[in-house]
Ligand binder design. Structure first.
Ligand SMILES: [Zn+2]
Length: 129
């Protein structure tokens, strides 16, 4: 039984659907499906951030050795590409990188300053006389 023609939700053209749930014309289907999936994933991850993070944390904890070994092998096999990409990223973000390095140095100096006054010294549980 043929379906009644309807208008594509994306481009508005008339088309004859091949199924009752078809929303887009043939020309739009591939792109529209990708857009719909992307939008669904965006909404899903926004609504389930905690669940996703917890699942990833558990996955990492259960597979730490495998993941580290895979990363190590990937790095060894792609060392030059990774370094080149990192060099290009640094060059493209020079100002941000300099600011971050400056902030890190200032933070390290601050922590060192605190340590000098004993504020960051580990608590040994003993009282000084
Ligand atoms: Zn269309």
């Amino acid at each position: 039984m043929p379906y009644k023609p309807k208008t594509c939700r994306r481009c508005g053209e008339w088309y004859v659907p091949m199924g009752s749930n078809q929303k887009w014309c043939k020309g739009c289907a591939a792109t529209a499906n990708l857009e719909a999936k992307r939008e669904h994933n965006r909404r899903y991850s926004a609504a389930n951030t905690d669940i996703i993070k917890e699942r990833e944390r558990r996955h990492y904890a259960a597979n730490t050795d495998i993941i580290k070994e895979r990363k190590r092998r990937y790095y060894a096999a792609n060392k030059e590409e990774i370094k080149e990409r990192e060099r290009r990223r640094y060059a493209a973000n020079k100002e941000n990188e300099r600011n971050r390095e400056r902030a890190n140095r200032a933070h390290a100096a601050f922590v060192a300053g605190l340590a000098m006054f004993g504020a960051m010294a580990p608590d040994t549980g003993t009282k000084e006389a």
